[in-house]
Design a protein around this ligand. Structure first.
Ligand SMILES: CC(C)(COP(=O)(O)OP(=O)(O)OC[C@H]1O[C@@H](n2cnc3c(N)ncnc32)[C@H](O)[C@@H]1OP(=O)(O)O)[C@@H](O)C(=O)NCCC(=O)NCCS
Length: 186
């Protein structure tokens, strides 16, 4: 079932505790999207761990991720995006790209690289809007998104996403009955 267009989406930084939700999201991607996302370089069941990752949530459900993989030899890194099929075309991919770019700028990276299939219209349209230079070598495509220096706005965006993670991690667990069938005393 398709969710209503006006869903509220929350963004936050992801940490190691989000791994299960991340894998569940990758498992929900259609085979074509998995091919586009990994170009057969790795598989969805055992993806590499990103250095930095951002998530989009609809309620408790992780519906999109933006991941950064830094390169050691240059002030740059690789960007990977994935949005749950039923939540696409709502601006989630664009918001994740904007936030991932802020993280990269705050670390003084000069560029983000995205690798995808040459027929991946969605990601190519997204990065083109950010001024990316594209190299099409069918069946693959490479995009280089040049990055500007950080600003107070990019630091603020990173802080907000981190604060949202801390808020969630520090929230007391929901009250549950101590044993099945025995209600918690009031
Ligand atoms: C690429 C992807 C992350 C985009 O996520 P999204 O949430 O749908 O993106 P947005 O809603 O922010 O789209 C922003 C713009 O991208 C373009 N776009 C998105 N999907 C598109 C499509 N299927 N065809 C053409 N353009 C598309 C549009 O210009 C869109 O703006 P619009 O909605 O105003 O027309 C998503 O399609 C996805 O997860 N694909 C599978 C995994 C993948 O290919 N990852 C890329 C490897 S890095």
């Amino acid at each position: 079932m398709c969710p209503p267009r006006a869903v509220t989406v929350r963004f936050r930084r992801l940490d190691a505790r989000d791994r299960t939700a991340r894998l569940a999201l990758f498992a929900r991607l259609e085979p074509e999207a998995r091919r586009a996302r990994w170009l057969a370089a790795s598989d969805a069941a055992a993806p590499p761990e990103p250095a930095l990752a951002l998530g989009a949530f609809c309620g408790p459900r992780l519906v999109g991720v933006g991941e950064l993989y830094p390169w050691t030899e240059a002030a740059a890194g690789e960007l990977a995006l994935a949005v749950d099929p039923v939540f696409r075309r709502r601006g989630i991919g664009r918001a994740l790209l904007e936030r991932a770019a802020a993280l990269a700028r705050n670390r003084f990276w000069r560029a983000l690289f995205a690798f995808c299939a040459a027929d991946n219209a969605a990601v190519l349209a997204l990065v083109r809007r950010c001024g990316a230079r594209l190299r099409l070598e069918p069946p693959e495509a490479y995009a280089i998104v040049p990055l500007l220096s950080p600003t107070p706005a990019t630091f603020a965006l990173e802080f907000l996403d981190l604060a949202e993670l801390w808020r969630e991690r520090l929230r007391p667990p929901a009250a549950t009955a101590p044993f099945p069938g025995i209600a918690r005393p009031r």
